[in-house]
Design a binder for this molecule. Structure first.
Ligand SMILES: *Cc1c(COP(=O)(O)O)cnc(C)c1O
Length: 440
């Protein structure tokens, strides 16, 4: 691997090294129909995951009453951002491009972030396997009864490495089931997240190193204990599938709101990316639902674009952001991951449309904009997705993408979804601090 060669040959890599915001367009995007059969995770796997979540709904409803309204499913609203879009267009003088929506995973029950999809799904699957293997449960049972087995589950340990939100989701659901839980937190994890977990009886171990170091320590400790299960964010197919279930549910919401997705009405989705599991899993699901009519873009911090570098160079998880002279340090704590997931990277190879980078100061600006226009609070990491909608009007690479895909006309009728990945659990004091933060 030769960094200088990549720097000279790939414009987006040059921008990344020079700390300039950029948009990398994926030259290996393929028509979904031509790659679907070769994928190692199948549509049936997504359907099985959705079914499993349905089986667990009575248990979730009982143990987490906040999910009552959704019948024990953990799902978020799709909100039209009418005021924000109007103000934005007035301010930038940009053309109104279709319609803008916010997918509010920021407000998902239990974990207050997108991790309520993948993290919780993986713990539920593990729980089902343990309970069935020990003859406490059959698939046809009402899963509500799992609430009576706390003593049984307390013999087992769950562990995970996290920059914060994965730990929150794994910790809260696992403690809710009755497991002993240890979360290994990397340096950027916020104090309030550690405090919240400890208040639920979760053991939190803190590390001075980055995400990779916390994961490695957690994995090692878990591997030495036969009663312990490790949630492996970098390689887990279960996490990935938990995220993928979002797509079928979104399809239903779009239909309810009479939003069409077809050739004439393309759907653009902007997803903040850390290790790649959440945006990758959601994209994977969306491609199965909407094929080539959906265009998925990932958002990463200027100092930490691990997926962009892995995909643009083709090196995947063999490279980390530090190899390119970046610090990996960012205000977007949820995206502070220096090396991409090989699982997500491989599956996204022919699926993701592009990846853009965002400067940290904009996260707070987008956060204020959303608060002022719509009175919605999401956390800084989640705000990275707004940059994608901006690029539709402004980036030359995006203009070329639209042209190459014959989308110039249809772009006027497009729908854009900003995937808000976290925020509900952020304490008010910290929200106030964020709202006052101005960088640069
Ligand atoms: C974890 C997280 C992401 C990205 O998910 P990955 O699976 O790490 O790519 C995005 N936003 C927030 C707020 C997160 O916590």
């Amino acid at each position: 691997m030769n960094i200088t060669e990549y720097q000279n040959n790939i414009p987006a890599v040059r921008d990344v090294i020079d700390l300039r915001e950029t948009l990398w367009i994926n030259g290996q995007l393929r028509p979904f129909g031509t790659i679907q059969d070769s994928l190692r995770i199948k549509e049936d796997d997504i359907i099985a995951a959705a079914e499993r979540l349905k089986r667990f709904a009575p248990f979730i409803k009982k143990s987490f009453p906040e999910t009552q309204d959704e019948g024990g499913l953990i799902e978020s609203p799709l909100k039209k951002l009418e005021k924000l879009q109007k103000e934005w267009n007035e301010k930038t003088g940009g053309d109104p491009q279709g319609h803008l929506y916010l997918k509010m995973d920021s407000h998902l029950a239990i974990a207050g972030s997108v991790k309520a999809r993948g993290g919780i799904y993986e713990i539920l699957k593990h729980t089902e396997e343990l309970a069935i293997a020990n003859h406490l449960l059959e698939e046809t049972d009402n899963y509500e009864k799992l609430a009576d087995f706390r003593d049984f589950f307390s013999q087992y340990t769950i562990q995970a490495g996290s920059t914060g939100n994965l730990g929150l989701s794994i910790g809260i659901i696992s403690a809710g089931i009755g497991y002993h839980v240890i979360i290994h937190m990397s340096a950027e994890a916020k104090q309030w997240k550690k405090d919240l977990l400890r208040s639920k009886g979760v053991m939190v171990r803190e590390y001075e190193g980055d995400y990779e170091a916390a994961v490695a320590a957690g994995r090692k400790l878990s591997d030495s204990d036969s009663m312990s299960y490790f949630v492996d964010d970098e390689h887990s197919e279960d996490l990935f599938l938990g995220y993928a279930v979002a797509a079928g549910r979104l399809k239903k919401q779009l239909k309810e709101q009479q939003i069409t997705v077809d050739k004439e009405h393309p759907l653009f989705v902007y997803l903040p990316c850390g290790v790649g599991g959440a945006p990758g899993g959601i994209t994977f699901g969306l491609k199965h639902e909407f094929g080539d009519f959906v265009h998925c873009f990932f958002a990463e911090p200027v100092q930490c674009p691990c997926m962009l570098l892995g995909m643009a160079t083709g090196e995947g998880d063999k490279v980390c952001v530090q190899d390119f002279g970046l610090t990996g340090i960012t205000h977007a704590d949820g995206l502070a991951v220096g090396r991409p997931s090989p699982l997500a990277g491989n599956l996204m190879k022919n699926m993701v449309s592009g990846i853009f980078t965002v400067e940290d100061h904009k996260l707070y600006e987008y956060m204020r904009m959303l608060k002022n226009a719509e009175n919605i609070i999401i956390e800084p990491s989640a705000c990275a997705a707004f940059e994608g909608y901006r690029s539709i009007n402004e980036s030359p690479e995006m203009v070329r993408y639209l042209k190459e895909h014959n989308l110039e006309k249809a772009a006027e009728r497009a729908n854009h979804i900003i995937w808000a990945t976290g925020g509900k659990l952020v304490p008010e004091k910290i929200v106030d601090m964020y709202l006052q933060t101005e960088l640069k």
